[in-house]
Design a protein around this ligand. Structure first.
Ligand code: IPD
Ligand code: CA
Length: 261
């Protein structure tokens, strides 16, 4: 089935409502840490009852509206599909579980492996970031554009890390960033980090091993906000990890060299 503009607009509207509803649901867990039921999936990799509840709610809402679409989610897995929703019910679960406010819900809608829609909702800040391929990016209705950063000495890059990847590689990248004058942070949510690059709050985001659900929405946001973003082909295997870099166009050459991405 071919999807026209109206089909995509409907998906954007339903996804925007669904992330808001899921945001209120995860906030109800955030305010009652005793019901979080925190479990470990691996070193520094947590999942909570809120991740599962939001995952179920999002799939239910989207499947009810678009029964022929497919799903790939961090907590339920899934295969690829022509019309595919890629969902991270909470990105920044480590922060969420500790009561730190930097986390979000991230949803991308892909057609034939390319992200057409990106929706990221940060419930604590009540910020809804939305991008449509070729249609720009907004935060709560305000048009987004990346910062004008050109000089490392005035630039802040969030360099994410997961214990899936060798520590030595990470330390090399951090060392190179610092030696070349960049400021660096590691705030703990790839999706929200990318949204902040799209809004010019950060000048770049890099990480060596991320999954589609962490980044597809955020990479589209950065591109639609005029930034440079690495490619993330789903055809390689929908649940395979890949390196990710997104930044202002003027910093792309330097950051590609320093991160090797
Ligand atoms: C993690 C966050 C983190 C990144 C990790 C991801 P999760 O996702 O995006 O910032 O560094 O690589 O796994 O587990 O919070 O959904
Ligand atoms: Ca994630």
């Amino acid at each position: 089935m071919y999807l026209n503009d109206a089909d995509l607009a409907r998906r954007l509207a339903v996804a925007s409502e669904a992330v808001w509803e899921a945001g209120q649901l995860i906030l109800s867990f955030y305010r009652r840490p005793q019901v979080l039921d925190i479990k470990s999936k691996g070193p520094q990799d947590l999942v909570t009852a809120a991740d599962h509840a939001a995952d179920a709610l999002l799939q239910k809402r989207l499947a009810a509206a678009f029964p022929d679409d497919s799903f790939l989610t961090e907590e339920s897995g899934g295969e690829g599909g022509r019309h595919l929703w890629v969902i991270d019910p909470i990105d920044g679960t480590g922060n969420f579980a500790r009561g730190l406010p930097h986390f979000c819900i991230s949803i991308a809608f892909c057609v034939d492996g390319r992200a057409q829609l990106g929706v990221i909702y940060a419930p604590i800040q009540d910020e809804l970031f939305v991008a449509r391929a070729g249609g720009g990016a907004t935060c709560n209705g305000r048009t987004l554009s990346v910062s004008g950063a050109r000089e490392p000495g005035r630039s802040l890059v969030d360099a994410g890390y997961s214990h899936r990847h060798p520590k030595s590689d990470y330390l090399v990248v951090i060392g190179r960033l610092l030696e070349n004058g960049f400021g660096f942070s590691q705030a703990g949510s790839a999706a929200l980090g990318l949204a902040y690059v799209a809004d010019g709050r950060l000048d770049g985001y890099c990480e060596q091993d991320l999954f589609a659900w962490d980044v597809l929405a955020g990479l589209l946001l950065v591109r639609e906000a005029g930034g440079w973003a690495s490619d993330f082909p789903l055809a390689d295997g929908p649940a395979d990890g890949k390196p990710v870099l997104a930044c202002t166009p003027a910093l792309a050459a330097d950051l590609r060299r320093l991160t090797g991405i």
